[in-house]
Design a protein around this ligand. Structure first.
Ligand SMILES: *[C@@H]1O[C@H](CO)[C@@H](O)[C@H](O)[C@H]1NC(C)=O
Ligand SMILES: *[C@@H]1O[C@H](CO)[C@@H](O)[C@H](O)[C@H]1NC(C)=O
Ligand SMILES: *[C@@H]1O[C@H](CO)[C@@H](O)[C@H](O)[C@H]1NC(C)=O
Ligand SMILES: *[C@@H]1O[C@H](CO)[C@@H](O)[C@H](O)[C@H]1NC(C)=O
Ligand SMILES: *[C@@H]1O[C@H](CO)[C@@H](O)[C@H](O)[C@H]1NC(C)=O
Ligand SMILES: *[C@@H]1O[C@H](CO)[C@@H](O)[C@H](O)[C@H]1NC(C)=O
Ligand SMILES: *[C@@H]1O[C@H](CO)[C@@H](O)[C@H](O)[C@H]1NC(C)=O
Ligand SMILES: *[C@@H]1O[C@H](CO)[C@@H](O)[C@H](O)[C@H]1NC(C)=O
Ligand SMILES: *[C@@H]1O[C@H](CO)[C@@H](O)[C@H](O)[C@H]1NC(C)=O
Ligand SMILES: *[C@@H]1O[C@H](CO)[C@@H](O)[C@H](O)[C@H]1NC(C)=O
Ligand SMILES: *[C@@H]1O[C@H](CO)[C@@H](O)[C@H](O)[C@H]1NC(C)=O
Ligand SMILES: *[C@@H]1O[C@H](CO)[C@@H](O)[C@H](O)[C@H]1NC(C)=O
Length: 623
């Protein structure tokens, strides 16, 4: 069985190579694309494939999960759904090594507990017998969706242990350790168990220090989305005590007016629970979560089609009859319509990667960029591409403080994604969740050749071409943009046009009228005109630039942009607290120009504009 499947994979790889060598002559990126769905399988394998991102050698990637740092080796393990759950290790958060040959999975469906599927799981690094132990959702009935009645017994939580450094997770020969949702609850889902430790919960619940907890995501029909909390009962991780629905939101409601975190939807998924301080992870830090919301189309914001939200939230833990979590602020971990199902894990200072870079304890999160699902653009030429989806770059999360903010109504908006942490004579400090590319990853991305573009001050509408544009579609663009005070509330739009030629371009700009970073994809891809499933919808995310008090003057906060282009993958980071990612599938080989973009009234200064070209190959050991 094993042997024949190995031969199959080998032959398939050969086939892919043969097809690939035909591709060079059959696909011409200097002339208009045909309907790409009519091309031979795997012809588009390299067309939009990223180099520096995490994805399997071929096929589809799903939710990230099963991450952990191996206490024995210090290697960080990154997992993801891929015909089961597959994984890779890294000692530098830049390059990765597949755990199994050809990126095959480390655990697959088909056992007694999981005849149909293995869904997301999380790892207790020192689990059963001190070995990394996976607690995962074992699936027995499908379909499962919040909008249909739930089949009893669909999702249970089971254990598997690795005895070989994470290559194979061996299922325990026994039934599930959490065999059903809580008594008599008509759930919408009961999955994605996230194991964590938390001293604040220990003291609120009078638990033994270092007790493990599990947050399971889901919801209850007609009541709302929620998170179910469990506590470890025994040293063998066999029994888990139910502590209640510690967080429940009313069905189909929003955080505040929906502007800053959209809606809670009908069902929660992939809830991660962790604690942060201003350096990164701290067990005594403030409790944060990341979570996916389903059916969460925010009623008040005209987001195009997304029915999912990739959010973060922080809040208070209170102890009444049971322990409860109440949100105090919430925001988007990524605003992209295709960004979902983030999974993170503690990366201790003692890990190999952190020991090399000198980083403190961190919480590192990977977001999934779905290749085919959430933009409702169906018909993408999947067989021609031969892979679907990717994980986004690893992100460090922390508590981010913005000092010297003018104390006005912009800073004081309630139920937003920030809070006032200090106030003094007309100024406040604001705090929010910080989101940035992991430092090692950023350093690797920007270590290639770089060119500094002279700063510009623009006041006329129009594009101004860069003196030096990249020659490839693998680069990072960083820039600081300063705006006049008159920009607030005006029609000003300012940013860059990238992946640009006479025939294609993608505009990325800040728009003051609704405080948004917008990616205009209407002219991104000539292929969108000939081929189904290539979305041209705009992407947008909301970022408030506050008024900053500086030497007696009040200026609009500088927009600090980092734009990563990794072939078809586009990630935008801003001001240490904003991320928006999507696909930008340009077609023509010469669509690589960059220009400054300016529209509306106002004088804008672009400074510190740098292009780092080349990126790096995240998979040096793959052929
Ligand atoms: C870019 O390529 C397109 C398609 O081949 C061509 O029409 C156009 O002239 C090229 N532009 C430049 C500046 O070479
Ligand atoms: C495409 O990918 C699938 C899944 O990884 C693989 O089985 C198949 O052989 C590939 N096809 C080609 C033509 O490369
Ligand atoms: C893991 O090992 C077990 C026991 O040897 C084996 O039955 C199973 O097929 C292996 N799983 C994978 C995904 O290779
Ligand atoms: C659970 O909720 C669904 C959807 O509202 C409903 O169709 C079903 O009858 C409910 N099941 C039970 C056992 O109450
Ligand atoms: C806390 O736990 C300890 C030891 O398990 C027990 O002796 C004590 O009574 C508990 N206190 C409360 C307030 O439950
Ligand atoms: C959810 O709320 C929105 C806005 O209030 C409403 O338009 C929509 O119909 C609701 N959806 C359902 C399924 O109740
Ligand atoms: C959260 O706790 C803070 C500090 O105790 C308190 O001021 C605030 O009102 C609480 N918020 C909620 C929503 O419970
Ligand atoms: C092309 O890929 C599709 C979908 O994976 C598969 O059904 C079909 O058999 C493949 N065709 C060839 C010629 O390999
Ligand atoms: C951009 O501006 C910020 C804030 O003024 C500054 O900290 C940062 O160093 C600037 N970026 C570059 C690349 O100079
Ligand atoms: C492209 O070709 C596919 C497969 O033949 C077809 O189903 C689809 O309708 C075509 N799309 C366009 C936009 O012509
Ligand atoms: C801001 O407005 C634009 C249209 O000008 C829209 O596309 C975008 O979605 C809006 N931003 C947000 C965050 O909804
Ligand atoms: C960033 O731009 C400012 C203003 O143009 C300049 O003073 C500073 O030296 C630049 N920093 C870097 C790192 O280039």
């Amino acid at each position: 069985m094993k042997l024949s499947s190995a031969i199959f994979v080998f032959l398939a790889d050969r086939a892919a190579c043969a097809v690939f060598s035909r591709e060079v002559s059959s696909v011409d990126y200097n002339s208009a694309p045909p309907n790409l769905s009519t091309l031979a399988n795997a012809t588009l394998f390299n067309t939009w494939r990223p180099r520096a991102h995490i994805l399997p050698p071929s096929g589809k990637i799903g939710d990230p999960c099963m991450h952990y740092t191996d206490p024995k080796t210090g290697l960080f393990h990154v997992g993801f759904l891929h015909d089961g759950i597959a994984g890779a290790t890294t000692d530098d958060l830049a390059t990765y090594t597949d755990l199994m040959p050809d990126g095959r999975p480390s655990i697959v469906a088909g056992g007694k507990n999981d005849p149909l599927a293995v869904f997301d799981g999380s790892v207790i690094p020192n689990g059963i017998d001190g070995l990394p132990t996976l607690l995962y959702t074992s699936v027995s009935y499908l379909p499962i969706h919040w909008s249909i009645p739930y089949t009893r017994g669909s999702e249970t939580q089971s254990l598997a242990v690795t005895y070989d450094g994470g290559r194979n997770f061996t299922k325990l020969s026994q039934g599930p350790v959490i065999p059903s949702p809580p008594f008599a609850l008509n759930v919408t889902a009961f999955r994605d168990p996230y194991a964590f430790q938390n001293p604040a919960l220990d003291s609120a619940l009078n638990s033994t220090q270092g007790t493990w907890y599990i947050a399971i995501s889901g919801g209850v029909h007609n009541i709302g989305p929620c998170q179910f909390l469990y506590r470890q009962h025994d040293a063998g991780f066999q029994y888990w005590e139910y502590l209640g629905q510690w967080w429940q939101e009313p069905v189909n409601t929003t955080w505040g007016n929906g502007d800053w975190a959209g809606g809670w939807g009908f069902n929660f998924e992939v809830g991660n629970v962790f604690s942060l301080n201003e350096d990164g992870y701290s067990e005594d830090g403030e409790l944060f979560m990341t979570l996916g919301t389903e059916g969460s189309e925010a009623p008040v914001t005209p987001r195009v089609t997304s029915i999912h939200g990739m959010l973060w939230v922080t809040g208070n833990i209170t102890k009444g009859d049971s322990v409860a979590f109440t949100p105090t602020m919430a925001g988007f971990l990524d605003w992209g319509l295709s960004s979902y199902a983030a999974a993170g894990k503690i990366l201790p200072a003692t890990s190999k990667a952190s020991a090399k870079s000198g980083a403190p304890d961190r919480f590192i999160s990977y977001v999934w960029l779905t290749g085919d699902q959430f933009e409702l653009a169906t018909g993408f030429p999947k067989a021609q591409q031969n892979w679907t989806g990717t994980l986004l770059l690893p992100r460090e999360l922390k508590v981010e403080t913005l000092p010297n903010v003018v104390d006005n109504e912009l800073a004081r908006e309630p139920l937003s994604s920030w809070r006032v942490s200090r106030e003094e004579s007309g100024q406040v400090d604001l705090q929010t969740m910080g989101i940035s590319i992991a430092r090692e990853t950023y350093d690797a991305l920007t270590s290639g050749s770089s060119s500094v573009e002279a700063g510009r001050t623009l006041s006329e509408a129009g594009d101004v071409a860069f003196e030096t544009s990249p020659s490839s579609k693998f680069f990072v663009l960083t820039a600081n943009i300063s705006f006049p005070s008159s920009a607030r509330g005006s029609d000003l739009q300012s940013g860059f046009k990238i992946l640009s030629s006479e025939l294609e371009s993608t505009s990325i700009y800040y728009q003051f009228s609704n405080e948004s970073i917008i990616i205009d994809r209407s002219n991104t891809s000539a292929a969108a005109k000939t081929t189904d499933g290539i979305s041209s919808d705009n992407e947008a995310g909301r970022l408030r630039l506050f008024d900053i008090a500086q030497n007696g003057a009040e200026n609009i906060e500088i927009l600090e942009l980092t734009i990563v282009v990794d072939s078809g993958v586009l990630e935008i980071y801003a001001n240490g607290r904003f991320a928006l990612s999507t696909w930008a599938r340009s077609w023509y080989a010469n669509s690589t120009d960059i220009s400054f973009f300016h529209n509306g009234v106002g004088e804008v200064t672009f400074g510190n504009v740098t292009v780092f070209e080349g990126l790096y190959n995240a998979w040096p050991q793959r052929k």
